[in-house]
Design a protein around this ligand. Structure first.
Ligand code: GRF
Length: 207
């Protein structure tokens, strides 16, 4: 695939940026036939911005506005405009700790994906690895899914299981889940970038 045809990704995050770094590196090696057009964080000193800058990527902090769990209207417009200006075709959420809805999802309809640290529809919401451990399940995992108006409810693109081991702590389980994330997210985005994933209602069909 030539550079001109490469899918343009916009990555949004609030934290360390390990998923963003893995995705950017997979774009570099060609495992994902896409390029990272812009990385945006809602936290000024988030590691994800540093991970992006050290890779020579465009990295921007855009203040989220007055709410704690979502973007306010002005911030939402600024996020949409920045992604559009960068020519972004697929928005990749990588630890972005705010709910996106309304205008944002209309602007990028069916073009926002997220990674969730559990096997959805089990354990949506925050600290899903902790929820799984406390519930006592023997197997949890990770889910790549489209983002819709609900919380972690969009069509599932890919999943991978992670066993819960005797003696696991939230930290040890989270570390293994993050390892699985770093495999499954690039794999899913790569398949999407190659046009190998179709959506049929709630089903996604891989070539
Ligand atoms: C990941 O564990 C992901 O499951 C969750 O947020 C975390 C982000 O970590 N949504 P990082 O910023 O990619 O290191």
């Amino acid at each position: 695939m030539s550079a001109a045809q490469k899918l343009r990704l916009g990555i949004l995050g609030s934290g360390k940026g390990s998923n963003a770094a893995t995705i950017a590196d997979a774009c570099k090696t060609g495992e994902i036939p896409a390029e990272v057009a812009v990385v945006i964080a809602d936290v000024a000193d988030a590691g994800i911005l540093e991970r992006a800058r050290e890779r020579g990527l465009t990295a921007k902090f855009i203040a989220p506005g007055k709410f704690r769990t979502k973007l306010d209207d002005a911030a939402e417009s600024a996020y949409i405009q920045t992604l559009r200006d960068a020519g972004v075709e697929l928005v990749v959420l990588a630890g972005f700790m705010r709910i996106l809805k309304g205008e944002f999802l209309r602007a990028f309809a069916q073009r926002v994906v997220n990674i969730h640290p559990a096997l959805l529809p089990a354990f949506p919401g925050l600290e899903a690895w902790k929820q799984a451990l406390e519930y006592g399940v023997k197997v949890t995992g990770v889910t790549v899914h489209y983002v819709d108006q609900g919380i972690d409810t969009g069509p599932i693109i890919a999943q991978e299981t992670v066993p819960i081991l005797q003696g696991d702590t939230p930290e040890s389980l989270h570390a293994r889940i993050q390892e699985a994330e770093r495999k499954v997210y690039p794999r899913a985005i790569g398949a999407m970038a190659r046009g190998e994933v179709r959506t049929l209602g709630r089903q996604t069909i891989w070539k």
